[in-house]
Write a protein that binds this ligand. Structure first.
Ligand SMILES: O=C(O)c1cc(C(=O)O)oc(=O)c1
Length: 294
């Protein structure tokens, strides 16, 4: 157990901000439990168990009603742990799967019945060994009706990924805004490039999430309370308010050296979405449209 990583806060504070009724934490994960849901042999980190009971206790503590559980890279393409958590949620969770691109139609349908509504393509070299664009594109053309594709990439490969992303025929959801350098501010080169990308299609959604990652001290940021993140991201949320969804990112894979307090993460919400109308869209209307429209 000693070599398994703990990346989450042992006792998160109660946020000052109260999420509106029906609020969805639309980006979180489960780790195992390892027995019976072992980690992938290709996993780049070996976390301690952070299963559904812990996730649902945190959801209640922070004042959320539902979760969207995104398959974490440490589980590879075996979605059993995520499906188990969705099944245990009593209808309060849906999910995003990571699949072998050769997956059959029957297996995709089984994932749909298990509560999945999208698949995730991860392009971070520190998390996955390879990301075959041709195969990803092929599987994105035969997803169950109503599904979307979630993509995780870093700002420096946005342009390189454009032809691939442009060809995907279903809505796109971009994890953590494609990791812009928030220290450049709201009009910095990374935000400008991301805005150009958003302008290219009206079905690109994004998550204005992970202040703890994007404004981390180890990344040269200021750390909590993540002021550079708030300043850079608030205008983006205002301008694209019908295409944003939000999540805690608990249990914060790989953040063991700068573990965020989830109460503080939630208190970022009114700083990037200052009106009740924006909060309603970010936390209720938009995620329900993507994940609970059927
Ligand atoms: O930046 C990360 O390390 C990270 C990792 C994972 C994952 O391992 O799936 O998911 C995330 O949303 C973020």
């Amino acid at each position: 157990m000693s070599d398994r990583i703990v990346s989450w806060h042992p006792n998160p504070s109660k946020p000052s901000f109260t999420p509106p009724p029906g609020a969805v934490d639309a980006h979180c994960h489960v780790f195992g439990p390892m027995d019976p849901f072992g980690f992938s042999p290709k996993a780049k980190y070996l976390p301690a168990d952070a299963g559904p009971d812990m996730l649902f206790a945190l959801r209640d503590h922070l004042g959320f009603e539902k979760n969207v559980i995104v398959q974490a890279s440490c589980h590879g393409t075996d979605n059993a742990a995520t499906l188990d958590a969705i099944a245990k949620s009593g209808g309060k969770a849906r999910g995003v799967a990571v699949v072998d691109p050769d997956i059959s139609e029957e297996e995709l349908q089984a994932l749909h019945h298990g509560g999945m509504r999208g698949i995730r393509f991860n392009f971070l070299k520190r998390l996955v060994d390879n990301a075959p664009k041709d195969k990803f594109l092929e599987v994105s053309k035969r997803l169950p009706a109503g599904w979307h594709v979630v993509i995780y990439f870093e700002a420096d490969i946005l342009e390189e990924l454009r032809p691939f992303m442009d060809a995907i025929p279903v809505p796109l959801v971009i994890d953590h805004m494609g990791r812009p350098d928030v220290r450049q501010g709201p009009d910095g080169a990374d935000m400008k490039a991301f805005r150009r990308f958003l302008e290219s299609r009206d079905d690109i959604w994004f998550k204005p999430t992970c202040p703890d990652r994007l404004d981390a001290i180890k990344e040269g940021g200021q750390g909590d309370p993540w002021d550079a993140f708030a300043e850079a991201v608030a205008p983006l949320v205002e301008d694209y308010q019908d295409r944003v969804i939000w999540g805690t990112d608990w249990p914060h894979p790989n953040m063991q050296d700068e573990v965020p307090d989830d109460g503080h993460i939630v208190d970022m919400i009114p700083r990037i979405a200052p009106t009740e109308e924006l909060q309603q869209k970010l936390l209720v209307t938009n995620p329900n449209r993507l994940y609970w429209s059927d």
